[in-house]
Design a protein around this ligand. Sequence first.
Ligand SMILES: Cc1cc2nc3c(=O)[nH]c(=O)nc-3n(C[C@H](O)[C@H](O)[C@H](O)COP(=O)(O)O)c2cc1C
Length: 185
Amino acid sequence: MSEWFETLPGLYDEVWNQLAQGAARKDVAAQQPTLSTISPDGWPESRTVVLRSADRSRSRLDAFTDVKSDKMASLASHPRAALHFWDAERALQVRIQATVAVCTGSSVADDWHALPDAARLSYGITPPPGQALSDALDYVKTPDQSRFCVLQLTVVHIDAVHLGKDHRRAIFTAANGWTGMWVSP
Ligand SMILES: Cc1cc2nc3c(=O)[nH]c(=O)nc-3n(C[C@H](O)[C@H](O)[C@H](O)COP(=O)(O)O)c2cc1C
C-alpha cells in the first residue's frame, strides 16, 4: 500500500482533500491561503483570505471580499490569481493558478444570507479598505450587501510539493485532464 504522496492520483486527491477541509474547518492550513493577484501597474500583491468553498468536480474555489478593496482593480485588469498554502503537518506545499470571476448582487445573495452577522461586518467598512485614516480606529463597520463579493476561482494549474524523507513535486493541469506529471523538485 503506497502513501498518498507516492502516486500522482494520491497527491492530487490529497490536494483537493485539503482544499475541501480548508473550506469546512478552521484547523487546517488550507483554510487561510494566500491569494496573489497582479496590480493594474504590474506589481505582484498577496494577502490572506479565507477559503469558502472547494468543488473538485468543477475545479472551483471561492473566496469572499469587499468590492471596494484594492484587489478588485487588480482583478479587473488581470482576472487571474494564484493561491498558495503550506501544510506543515503534511509537509505539503500547494500552489494554484486560476482564472477569477467576480460575482456580486443577487447571484451571491445566498452566500450573503448564510454569513453570520459578525462576518457581514467585513463588507461595508467606511472609509473603504486601504483609504487613509487620521487615527488607527477612525472607521466604522456597517454590513452592506452591495459591498459583498464572491471571487470564483476556476483552477487551471496545480503545483504540489511534498517534502518528506524524499522530495516529490508534481504538476497537474486542466489541459492534461489533471492526470499530472512528476517534475524535479
Ligand atoms: C486571517 C485573515 C483572513 C482574512 N480573510 C480575508 C478574506 O476572506 N477576504 C478578504 O477580502 N480579506 C481577508 N483578509 C484581509 C486581507 O488579507 C487584506 O488585508 C484585505 O483583503 C485587503 O487586501 P487588498 O488591499 O489587497 O484588496 C484576511 C486577513 C487575515 C489576516
